[in-house]
Write a new protein. Structure first.
Length: 318
């Protein structure tokens, strides 16, 4: 059976964010072309929805469509100005939220304001667009806001940073639901990277480096080709002829995470591919992705994905 996704379009919706779920989930298909998601769009009432662009959109479904969704997506909308001013939901949006029966709710960009105003993020980690982070933190101090990441997966509630981070989050959901192979095929169809390194800190306004400034890109490429080997921060810094301190600073500026966090992400991703697409024993998977032992692989995979290597393989085996 296909997974039913319902996207809630509110007046002032940003067209790009509104289109992301249909495009990404619509591209998620089995190897023989069968659709895995059924995406619908609804409004707070059927009919015309004003966008923040110079055109409107027409939706056929009203808020009753939310009750039958497996996943509800709330994109960014400039109608959230009332929420960002007072921290409370408009009556029609509150009534719509009460109809949601799904176990999974997703926000894109400042859609997180609506989830927070509904009390869905109380005591939970979340993110939103970095430009709105300070106002969000002021209105909703009970939310564990992380303004530096591209998205936050807290199980049944997921939030993304601004604009294109919604693509990252939707691909992550596809990967979580159906595995890396399906997510990679969807990414290729949409001509986007299946995974972006780092967080949104790398997109915050900061001085542009000089054209001849050294970067850490070469070290990252070299590390990807040698993930099966023990790699230290000193090894990576030497590849770029930098001091460890300079390398660490520039790495975080460019990738949005520390070198150690980046290495773990890459090794977990390599392990996922090997578990899905090979018959290698777990010990050999651990060796090839650089974790060394099955115990270490098990620890990192459970920390990142919440499952064991054997459990992941059973679920996502190609």
């Amino acid at each position: 059976m296909t997974h039913r996704v319902v996207v809630l379009a509110r007046h002032g919706v940003i067209p790009f964010e509104l289109s992301i779920p249909a495009r990404i989930f619509g591209a998620a298909r089995t190897a023989d072309g069968r659709a895995l998601y059924d995406v619908h769009t609804c409004g707070l009432e059927p009919g015309t929805v004003r966008t923040e662009a110079d055109f409107d959109v027409v939706v056929r479904h009203g808020p009753d469509a939310l009750s039958s969704a497996d996943t509800v997506v709330v994109p960014a909308s400039y109608e959230t100005t009332s929420i960002s001013r007072e921290g409370t939901l408009p009556a029609d949006l509150s009534a719509a939220f009460e109809t949601i029966r799904t176990k999974r709710i997703v926000s894109i960009c400042t859609g997180a304001f609506a989830l927070a105003a509904a009390g869905l993020l109380d005591g939970r980690p979340a993110t939103t667009h970095w430009r709105s982070a300070s106002r969000f933190a002021e209105l909703f101090p009970q939310v564990k806001l992380d303004p530096d990441v591209l998205f936050v997966d807290d199980g049944d509630i997921l939030t993304s940073a601004g604009v294109a981070a919604g693509i990252d989050l939707c691909l992550h959901i596809v990967r979580r639901d159906f595995g890396t192979a399906v997510a990679n095929r969807a990414a290729r169809r949409c001509v986007v990277p299946p995974w972006r390194d780092g967080g949104q800190a790398q997109y915050v306004d900061q001085p542009v480096p000089e054209p001849d400034a050294a970067t850490t890109a070469g070290a990252r490429a070299w590390a990807l080709a040698h993930l099966d080997q023990p790699l230290t921060l000193g090894d990576l810094a030497v590849r770029q002829a930098m001091s460890v301190r300079t390398f660490t600073r520039r790495f975080r500026q460019e990738a949005g995470v520390s070198p150690g966090q980046w290495l773990i992400q890459q090794r977990v991703d390599r392990a996922r591919h090997l578990l899905e697409d090979s018959d290698l024993a777990v010990d050999e998977v651990a060796r090839r992705c650089g974790f060394g032992t099955a115990a270490s692989l098990r620890q990192h995979l459970r920390a990142s994905l919440g499952v064991s290597p054997s459990g992941y393989r059973r679920t996502f085996r190609s």
